[in-house]
Design a protein around this ligand. Structure first.
Ligand code: FMN
Length: 263
């Protein structure tokens, strides 16, 4: 020790002590960070554990929008399945890691009825702000959904976007909307991987006036700047049912500007 002191100037020694203390402190903070955060650290050791290229494409193509009328009456997702879907949704990409997606999970007849009661009350209280045609459309759709959702739908995830989830990271709204949409796609892909399950993203256009209202945001625990982007309705699908969709070829939507010599 005395040799070191002889070799180094006093200020160098002080720097050394300071840096060691900071390193020890950082190590302590890292090791004692909340358990939840530790568990959420993704550590995929090797890409060998991931599904093959073909499996990934198959999963993406197999994802279907399945409407409540096609869900099995009484079919329920388990708590583990719901938590799995929320975990899928939580791994969406996000600029500055602001993670703006929020979900309000609604399940059970009483909660579904409460949801519709709120919307109906809103339309009754704001009828002057809505055209007669829109009011009629809302009533017809709400009646139809009320008659089918309590039996056919297991869970509804109301899709919310928290504006400026991290106050020091100001992002344009479109980035937060996109990140939330990525989260919904993750949820939908996760659901596709769950056997006998299906669902779809409802924009809630039929109740768009209420959907975008401050009162509805309050009802969902959101602030006035936050957004409600509809709801994902899901449940169980009977075996043997299949659902089709089509896409025009990707080459119709892609233009290449590549240097042939470099590829
Ligand atoms: C943002 C978004 C909102 C949607 N809203 C509705 C909706 O309100 N009603 C509906 O029937 N489908 C809705 N869909 C589902 C589309 O109808 C569906 O994705 C499309 O028909 C293609 O079918 P597929 O998802 O099975 O490939 C929505 C999809 C997205 C991405």
């Amino acid at each position: 020790m005395s040799e070191i002191i002889q070799d180094k100037s006093f200020s160098e020694l002080l720097n050394l002590i300071l840096l060691s203390t900071i390193a020890v402190l950082l190590g302590y903070i890292w090791n004692n960070r909340p358990k939840e955060e530790k568990e959420n650290l993704l550590n995929i050791e090797s890409k060998d554990d991931l599904p093959s290229q073909e499996s990934v494409l198959n999963l993406i193509k197999a994802r279907r929008s399945i409407m409540p009328k096609d869900l099995s009456p009484g079919g329920k997702l388990s708590e583990a399945e719901v938590e799995y879907l929320m975990e899928c949704a939580n791994w969406a990409p996000t600029h500055h890691n602001t993670q703006p997606w929020r979900y309000v999970v609604i399940a059970g007849t009483n909660n579904i009825i409460d949801y519709f009661d709120f919307l109906e009350d809103w339309y009754r209280d704001h009828r002057e702000e809505v055209t007669a045609g829109d009011l009629e459309k809302f009533t017809a759709k709400a009646d139809a959904l009320k008659s089918i959702l309590p039996t056919n739908m297991s869970h509804m995830f109301v899709i919310c976007m928290k504006r400026q989830a991290l106050p020091d990271k100001l992002l344009p709204e479109w980035e937060e909307i996109c990140a939330t949409a990525c989260s919904v796609q993750n949820l939908h892909l996760g659901l596709t991987g769950l056997k006998g399950c299906g669902g779809f993203w409802s924009s809630h256009t039929w109740c768009k006036h209420a959907r975008d209202s401050v009162q509805f945001k309050e009802f969902l625990g959101l602030g006035p700047e936050d957004r409600v982007l509809g709801a994902f309705m899901c449940g169980k699908v009977g075996s043997g049912k299949s659902f089709k969709s089509t896409r025009s070829h990707w080459s119709k939507k892609v233009t290449f500007r590549v240097d042939e010599n470099e590829n």
